[in-house]
Design a binder for this molecule. Structure first.
Ligand SMILES: NC(=O)c1ccc[n+]([C@@H]2O[C@H](COP(=O)([O-])OP(=O)(O)OC[C@H]3O[C@@H](n4cnc5c(N)ncnc54)[C@H](O)[C@@H]3O)[C@@H](O)[C@H]2O)c1
Length: 260
C-alpha cells in the first residue's frame, strides 16, 4: 500500500514578514508545499503567478513592519481570512553599510525599525492570536552577524544581535505554549546579497570572497534555510525553544590557516 506523505502544516496559519523574496519566499514555498496557509506581510508583492498558483492558501498584505498600524491591519486581515495565527517567521530585513560615525540618526532608526522593531511589533501582535489558538511558534531570522562583524555594518549588526535578545525574552515570557527561536544564516544567495555585492566595482571578486569564508567553500541557498525554518516551526522541534541556530557552512569556525 502506498503511504501518504504527512503534510506538517495542513490547515496551519503562517505569517512571514518579508516573505515576498529571498529567505522569506523560500520559507513560504516550503510551508505551502506542506499544506500551510501563508500570509505574507511585505512592502512588495510576491510574483503574480505565485499569488495565482496558490490563490486559496497565499495572502499578501501590504505592510511596512516598522509601522504598528500596518502590523495591526495585517493581523486583522489575516485573522479575517483564516482565523488565529500559529506560526510567525520574521524575515523582513535590510542591509546598509556605514560605521557609527557615518550613520545618521535617520539611517540608524530606519535599519533598526525594520530589522529589530519590526520583529518586536510582529511578535507583539501575533502572540495574542497564538494564545487564542492555544500555542504557537515565533522564528526570528537574525544572522551570523549577531556574533561576528565586518567593516561598516554598525546598525545592521546591532539589529541582528538585538534579535537574539528579543528571541530569548519572548521564549521566557510566553513559555510553555509559545516557542521562540532564532535562525542565523551565513551568506545566502538572495536579492539582498546580490544587491549588496553589486555595490562593489568587481562583484565576482566579492562573491568569491564570500564563498571562501565558508568551510563548505560556497554560499548557501534560501531553500537550505527554509528547511531549517520549517523544521523549527514543526512539531518535530517541540522540545526546542530559546535558542539560536546557525546555518552558515562553517563560517568563522577556522580562525587561522588557509583552505587553499
Ligand atoms: N541573504 C543573506 O546573506 C542573509 C544572511 C544572514 C541573514 N539574513 C537575513 O535574512 C532576512 C531575509 O533576507 P533576504 O536575504 O531574504 O533579503 P531580501 O532582500 O531578499 O528579502 C527581504 C524581504 O523583506 C522585505 N522588506 C524590506 N523592508 C520591509 C519592510 N519595511 N516591511 C516589510 N517587508 C520589508 C523586502 O520587500 C523583501 O521581500 C533578513 O532579515 C536578513 O537580515 C540574510
Amino acid at each position: 500500500m502506498k503511504r501518504q506523505k504527512m503534510k506538517r502544516f495542513e490547515n496551519q496559519v503562517i505569517v512571514i514578514t518579508g516573505g515576498s523574496k529571498g529567505i522569506g519566499w523560500a520559507a513560504a514555498e516550503q510551508f505551502l508545499a506542506e499544506g500551510g496557509k501563508v500570509s505574507i506581510w511585505d512592502i512588495h508583492a510576491p510574483e503574480d503567478e505565485e499569488l495565482a498558483r496558490y490563490s486559496n492558501r497565499l495572502l499578501w498584505v501590504k505592510c511596512d513592519v516598522s509601522k504598528e498600524k500596518d502590523i495591526q491591519h495585517a493581523v486583522e486581515t489575516t485573522e479575517k481570512q483564516w482565523g488565529n495565527i500559529q506560526i510567525l517567521v520574521c524575515s523582513a530585513g535590510i542591509q546598509r553599510y556605514s560605521t557609527v560615525t557615518e550613520t545618521s540618526e535617520e539611517e540608524w532608526d530606519f535599519v533598526m525599525g525594520i530589522n529589530l522593531k519590526g520583529s518586536f511589533l510582529a511578535a507583539k501582535h501575533c502572540i495574542p492570536s497564538m494564545q487564542r489558538h492555544g500555542n504557537g511558534v515565533v522564528i526570528l531570522i537574525s544572522s551570523v552577524q549577531a556574533f561576528y562583524s565586518q567593516d561598516k555594518v554598525a546598525p545592521y549588526v546591532a539589529s541582528k544581535s538585538g534579535q537574539i535578545g528579543l528571541m530569548r525574552s519572548i521564549a521566557v515570557d510566553y513559555a510553555p505554549n509559545i516557542r521562540c527561536v532564532a535562525v542565523c544564516p551565513g551568506t545566502i544567495n538572495t536579492p539582498m546579497l546580490r544587491d549588496a555585492i553589486n555595490l562593489s566595482p568587481d562583484p565576482a571578486i566579492v562573491l568569491k570572497e564570500c564563498e571562501d569564508m565558508h568551510l563548505v567553500q560556497r554560499i548557501g541557498e534560501a531553500e537550505e534555510v527554509s528547511k531549517l525554518i520549517c523544521f523549527l516551526a514543526s512539531s518535530e522541534a517541540s522540545f526546542i525553544t530559546g535558542q539560536y541556530f546557525r546555518i552558515d557552512g562553517g563560517l568563522g569556525v577556522m580562525i587561522a590557516g588557509s583552505k587553499k
